[in-house]
Design a protein around this ligand. Sequence first.
Ligand SMILES: Nc1ncnc2c1ncn2[C@@H]1O[C@H](COP(=O)(O)OP(=O)(O)OP(=O)(O)O)[C@@H](O)[C@H]1O
Length: 603
Amino acid sequence: MTATSDRSTDQLPSAVRSLASSLRLGYRADPWLIVVAFATSVAAAVPDALFALGLAAFTDSVIGGDGTAVLMSALALSLLAACGWLLNTAAERVNRRFADRAGIVVESHVARLQSEVVTIEHHERPDFVDRLSLLRDHAPALSELYQQLFAVAGAVLRLGLTVALLMSVHPALGLLGVCAVPTVLVSTWRAGIEKSAEEAGAQHDRLARHLFVVGSTPAAGKELRVAGVRQRIRADRRAAWERRYRPMARARWATAIWQSASYAFFGIAFCVAVGFVAQRGDSPAGQVMLVLAAGSRLSQYVGQSVSQTHFFRTIWLDCARRLAWLEGYARTVEERADAPVPERLRAGISFENVSFTYPGTDRPVLKDVSFTIPAGAVVAVVGENGAGKSTLVKLLCQLYRPTSGRITVEGTDLSRIPAPGWRRRLSGAFQDFVKFEYPLRTSVGLGDLARAELPRAVDEAVTRAGADEVTAVLPRGIDTQLGATWPEGVELSQGQWQRVALARGFMRRSPLLTVLDEPTSAMDAETEHALFERYAEAARASSSSTVGGVTILVSHRFSTVQMADVIVVLDGARLVEHGSHEELVARGGQYAELYGIQAAGYR
Ligand SMILES: Nc1ncnc2c1ncn2[C@@H]1O[C@H](COP(=O)(O)OP(=O)(O)OP(=O)(O)O)[C@@H](O)[C@H]1O
């Protein structure tokens, strides 16, 4: 993996590169349909633009009194109208069909990119989260990008044809097209300004949405009512919403003046053009009609091109650029790992002067941490809130890489071991676990997809996590649907959910590393102690004879911690001491002091 905070990944890619990449994706979704969608969208613009020519011919033939010519030009006009309607309808249908087809491909592509990035920086770093939130919001409709892009191409072609028709009357009339340029330029400039205002307010938008979820979901309902903060949350949400929309509204109003001025300029130029052709003595009436029809449509086409371009730029082009950024970002954090995942541990895992600072921040969370976890050992990590315990676990799971120093597994730098392969040999449970609302058996089986369908494997994991106490009281036992909002679904208590998560973490057989990052915080101390005692015994018994897997346990309860072979004490980002419970108590340092306080509390 390369360093994920590389500044080159922070810029959005160019519009052309991004559109090329989106078009490639659309082409892969359905090569035939994307071509037909493009062709019909562009072709639909032609009859529309040529209508002014038909009108000119019709006018000349009526004034000339030529009956056949009148009939022919009337026929041509109806043919153009019919073709225009037919092509527009076909374009709309084909585009819709293509959008259906491409929608699922594009949405899965976005989801896959986000989930396959081997690190989790893009889920945690505020600027990356802001960047991705727009993409995620529009992901279900992202396939509209193609329809909008083709609509822009059609509008531009219509505009070009109309300018060409005007120039066929007199080359100077081409200037009318030039007079339309400021409207396009101003619109593009406006789109950019609005986008910047939107981006600058993305954090407020996220806060407003977060507060909406907090204020409207059952989970938070209890606490909000008891604390009496419902109104405050509503007010904060409103304030966040205003902080987001006010700068955007200001930007819209400030730039609208320039947009109106550019349209007024074009209107004057149009009147001058009509007057110029009409006052020429030699102009046939048809030519005046052509300028009137094409010129008046020119302003409409300019308007359409401008609004299509504006709409396309503010939403869809922006999404395309974010998508291309995500693709590039996923590539930069791709594996450059060349070492195999060890079959078993003998030398163990070592931290060698590991320091870590979260990307986008400047305060080190771990400083110069060095210690060794012998093969087969159970290691407990203790320290106050924010000491860096979970961060240490994240580094071991390759969710982040050390900023300096290295972690070695059997002497090999962990960054050289491919993350997916390494993670297949990990198991464990976290304090912020997922509540998968499936039947309990499935929710546990997700811990090892290869063995999820083996009833014995799931039953064993359930027993090891003590979740059999949960299944015993459920109406359909292990097959009970979890989650109260589903038919026959049952809501579990927090502690029961934790046991399910723990069982999921125990699904893997012979892991090299098991991480237990406060997965039992919702259980009482005695239950946690009994559970880990049983777990540690089983882990030691199997690890010495098989793979030498190690266990990392994070807990604030010293009654649990003391059973570990090695205890690592973190304080202020530094490792202050490590050793067995007996060694640390005998040393009389920080661990001994904290242990003494908790033990006295229990007594
Ligand atoms: N994604 C992140 N971005 C920036 N800083 C973070 C991030 N996650 C954690 N931190 C910071 O890193 C420090 C260590 O966090 P960590 O979660 O590792 O602590 P911990 O010891 O596990 O705490 P606790 O006992 O409360 O779970 C904290 O100061 C926290 O604010």
